[in-house]
Design a protein around this ligand. Structure first.
Ligand SMILES: [Zn+2]
Length: 316
């Protein structure tokens, strides 16, 4: 109240001074000789004006401004205060780091613990231990419309059953090809949904890749056999596959048909690496595979080999 009263008084004084000022200037303009005006008196008036305005505008302005602020603001910190607070933060971080280091040291002192998830006792199968001269031919990465019909024709010609490890996303768009494969007496198996590198996938991602594919091929295949793309897997991959009831299938003969144009090279790889119970890896989509296949089959037959699907091989 007292402050408001003072303010009103100052406004009153200021208004009067302004009025005086107006009157003075009127007198000045009416007289040609302005120097005749009592300058001493004018100086006093100006001093009074400055005193009142300074006090009014600069002393009370802060109060007025504060009331207009939309949100309360933190009072400004001086540089020293800010520096001190910064150091506090750094100290805290250092403290946390030290605590962590301490924990690490404690960890080192403890006797080594067993990993939480035990290593899967089952391992991927690349060959069945048998003396029977039986082999499984496997074709990855399809179903591939470009080569499948010819491939099926060649296999039929030699009365050979094989296994097709298909990619789920491709299979989904080509279920009629899956039908052709099983109609010809072959097996369809799981080669993931997007041909991802499983060594870079977590548990759930791995599970999705396998299960999504199995949901599609399950109508065309009885067994649960999974081959990780690129042969890349981790213990997590195996945990997923085994807990979902799959066998993990690798190979014992890698024809590397995807990197050659020479059918003889494929034949020679098969000749030098095939053993009873072996699993031979080919791929769909390569002309060189189609070219090599008749000679490969003829040689295997001449060696006394019989052809089984992966499911039949696991039953040996
Ligand atoms: Zn593949």
């Amino acid at each position: 109240m007292e402050r408001g009263g003072t303010k009103s008084f100052k406004v009153f004084v200021l208004a009067n001074i302004l009025l005086i000022g107006v009157l003075l200037s009127a007198v000045e303009s009416s007289e040609m000789d302005s120097s005749s005006v009592n300058t001493q008196e004018e100086g006093k008036i100006m001093e009074l004006i400055r005193f009142v305005t300074d006090d009014f505008f600069f002393a009370d302005a802060s109060v007025t401004d504060k009331n207009l602020l939309p949100y309360p603001q933190k009072p400004k910190k001086d540089a020293k205060q800010e520096e001190e607070e910064k150091n506090d933060v750094v100290d805290k971080e250092d403290g946390q780091e030290e605590e962590k280091e301490q924990e690490d040291k404690n960890e080192e002192q403890k006797p080594p613990e067993k990993p939480k998830e035990p290593r899967p006792t089952k391992r991927p199968v690349s060959r069945i231990n048998t003396s029977q001269k039986k082999v499984a031919l496997t074709f990855d990465d399809g179903p591939n419309a470009q080569t499948l019909t010819q491939m099926l024709d060649i296999l039929a010609e030699y009365d050979v059953s094989a296994t097709f490890f298909v990619i789920g996303s491709t299979a989904k768009a080509n279920e009629h090809l899956l039908q052709q494969i099983v109609d010809d007496g072959h097996q369809v198996a799981n080669h993931s949904y997007t041909h991802s590198r499983f060594s870079q996938l977590n548990y759930e991602q791995s599970r999705q890749e396998i299960i999504k594919t199995q949901n599609i091929i399950g109508n065309y295949s009885t067994g649960r056999y999974f081959r990780p793309p690129y042969g890349a897997y981790t213990d997590t991959t195996l945990e997923v596959a085994y807990s979902e009831g799959f066998e993990v299938v690798m190979w014992s003969v890698d024809t590397r048909d995807w990197e050659t144009n020479d059918p003889d090279r494929i034949l020679n790889t098969v000749k030098s690496n095939t053993q009873p119970g072996g699993i031979i890896l080919f791929h769909e989509g390569h002309q060189v595979t189609l070219k090599a296949l008749p000679d490969v089959l003829q040689w295997l037959i001449s060696e006394g080999y019989q052809f089984v699907t992966i499911e039949q091989l696991f039953d040996l």
